[in-house]
Design a protein around this ligand. Structure first.
Ligand code: K1U
Ligand code: ZN
Length: 173
């Protein structure tokens, strides 16, 4: 089946604040959703996308943090951070659900992540650099957490207001 672009929810939206349910069985429907999410992410363009951002409250994320050369799409069902480094890293993050706004977020520099792949096989891998930042950002989405939740209340409120305005403008067309 041909992958289709899905609409990305814009903050504030109650679906972006909910904890997602673990995926029990890998169905064709879920695999199609993963393909649609990759299509949506590349089109945006972005380096990651979590299922709640397209309105589906399942524990599924997709990523591709390769900047140049061959694409490296990664699909993770039920991703889990197994361990994190003490050392941290600061990165200016963005979010496809909070368009055109960026802020510095501090996170563990390296993480070990476990997940189920598209074939239903368990996987484990260490991530660092942009991949580590991105996978933590995406797993946060599955727990109803946005990167602005790491900021102080004033900055978070300002970014929420700007996003609300953008959402209204996009709805008007
Ligand atoms: O989850 C999302 O909202 C996607 C988000 C992922 C992310 C970005 C930066 C740090 C952590 C996680 C994005 O992809 S925002 C767009 C973006 O960063 C980008 C877009 C085009 C080229 C390169 C980066
Ligand atoms: Zn995001």
């Amino acid at each position: 089946m041909k992958a289709m672009k899905r609409q990305i929810l814009i903050h504030p939206d109650p679906r972006l604040k909910k904890a997602c349910a673990p995926v029990a069985d890998l169905s064709d429907e879920l695999r199609n959703l993963a393909e649609d999410m990759l299509e949506t992410m590349y089109d945006a363009p972005g380096i990651g996308l979590a299922a709640p951002q397209v309105g589906v409250l399942d524990r599924l994320i997709v990523m591709d943090c390769v900047k140049e050369g061959e694409p490296e799409p990664v699909v993770m069902f039920n991703p889990e951070v197994l361990s994190s480094s003490e050392e941290t890293n600061v990165y200016e993050e963005g979010c496809l659900s909070i368009p055109e706004q960026f802020a510095e977020v501090t996170r563990p520099k390296e993480v070990r992540v476990g997940w189920i792949d598209m074939d239903g096989n368990p996987q484990e891998k260490d991530f660092d650099g942009l991949w580590a930042t991105c996978v933590q950002h995406e797993i946060d989405h599955l727990n109803g957490k946005l990167f602005i939740d790491y900021l102080g209340p004033m900055k978070r409120q300002m970014m929420t207001r700007k996003s609300q305005k953008m959402k209204r403008e996009l709805a008007r067309g």
